[in-house]
Unconditional design. Structure first.
Length: 100
């Protein structure tokens, strides 16, 4: 299967990338994106291996780092995984409900 980012996930990733660039060392940003790439590759090969979201029916959640989680859904017919949003877990959880 192939993983794709929703428009929301793309924008969240851009914001996160900017934040890491402005507030942390380049190595921190590189390490995060390496971890993210590994996690995305894992769901591409094993899409049902992550925890089903209790809050959002039909979605799976995957913790990238202690501060970052992404939510995705699987489209079996299209052989596609859509990463819906990337969420900073330090935020108010109500923001996640607004996104999804």
């Amino acid at each position: 299967m192939k993983a794709v980012l929703s428009k929301l996930a793309e924008s969240k990733l851009l914001v996160l990338s900017t934040y890491l660039t402005e507030n942390w060392r380049l190595q921190v940003k590189d390490d995060f994106f390496k971890k993210l790439a590994i996690k995305v590759h894992q769901i591409e090969s094993q899409p049902y291996s992550c925890i089903k979201s209790k809050e959002f029916k039909g979605l799976y959640k995957y913790v990238v780092t202690k501060q970052t989680t992404f939510y995705y859904r699987v489209f079996e017919k299209q052989q596609e995984i859509e990463i819906i949003t990337i969420f900073d877990t330090r935020q108010n959880p109500d923001k996640l409900y607004k996104d999804l």
